[in-house]
Ligand binder design. Structure first.
Ligand SMILES: [Fe+2]
Ligand SMILES: [Fe+2]
Length: 266
């Protein structure tokens, strides 16, 4: 069982309608215009797609932030590049990031719902859910909601956390991988108070007790691996368009270990 994990391509552009100047999108559009567009290269997302088609995995995992401000045109940019993956019939798990759920505007909500519909065989409203693929249970959680102007925080709702706990109380007959946008393990909760995940406590405990084997996340734009010798722990793919990184991961059932190989797309 092999999968490819990438995250945070952050397609971006200008405000797509005048109402953007009255909601949080002006912050994101400003940020994109003067900072993000010099940092993120969508050509690297194209490279990621090409690599994936040349080395087809059993599954692709994308942990969010396809866009910068969640506008339909930004989703279109990322989805157009990713289309060959869906056309090749490679199953995909995508959970939206905070930038994909930037504001409450109807057209932006429709755009993120459509992205999940196009990429995956489930709908955004179905999350949290568990997908059994290649002998592994993937637990998908949706932590991203529109927030105020200065916050990039995520929230694991009580209902979502209870869902994960209830599921983990059932007999374990295969490895469990949780897929979310935010890292569950936060080493700098105070320093990163504007960027952290809330409501994750119970789930972190399950990860630490290895009731859940692996956590896959994005949001942090640099890749990391906080794992034990058997590969159990948490992995950030890093931003594919900023660092040109993604990961190829494999579960070796005979040895009961997870192997992760970092792929440099530069
Ligand atoms: Fe991001
Ligand atoms: Fe994010």
């Amino acid at each position: 069982m092999k999968w490819i994990h990438f995250s945070d391509p952050h397609a971006g552009g200008a405000a797509e309608d005048w109402m953007a100047y009255f909601d949080k999108r002006w912050v994101g559009a400003f940020n994109y215009r003067f900072r993000r567009r010099f940092q993120h290269d969508l050509g690297l997302l194209e490279k990621a797609v090409r690599y994936t088609l040349d080395n087809p995995p059993d599954l692709v995992v994308c942990t969010g932030d396809l866009t910068s401000t969640g506008q339909p045109g930004e989703f279109r940019q990322s989805l157009d590049i990713m289309r060959p993956l869906t056309e090749a019939g490679i199953p995909m798990l995508y959970v939206p990031g905070n930038h994909d759920c930037y504001v409450k505007r109807r057209k932006c909500i429709d755009a993120v719902n459509r992205a999940v519909h196009v990429l995956c065989d489930y709908e955004l409203k179905d999350l949290p859910l568990v997908r059994h693929i290649g002998g592994i249970d993937f637990i998908l959680v949706h932590e991203s909601r529109p927030t105020n102007l200065i916050s990039s925080c995520g929230y694991l709702t009580r209902a979502a956390s209870d869902f994960v706990v209830d599921y983990c109380n059932s007999p374990k007959n295969c490895p469990r991988v949780i897929v979310g946008h935010y890292p569950l393990i936060e080493e700098h909760p105070l320093w990163r108070i504007r960027h952290r995940l809330w409501g994750q406590k119970q789930v972190v405990e399950l990860l630490e007790r290895k009731v859940i084997d692996v956590s896959l996340c994005g949001h942090i734009h640099r890749p990391f691996a906080k794992a034990d010798a058997d590969g159990r722990g948490e992995y950030s793919a890093g931003s594919v368009t900023r660092n040109g990184t993604m990961a190829e991961m494999e579960y070796l059932a005979d040895r009961d270990v997870f192997i992760r190989r970092r792929i440099d797309l530069h």
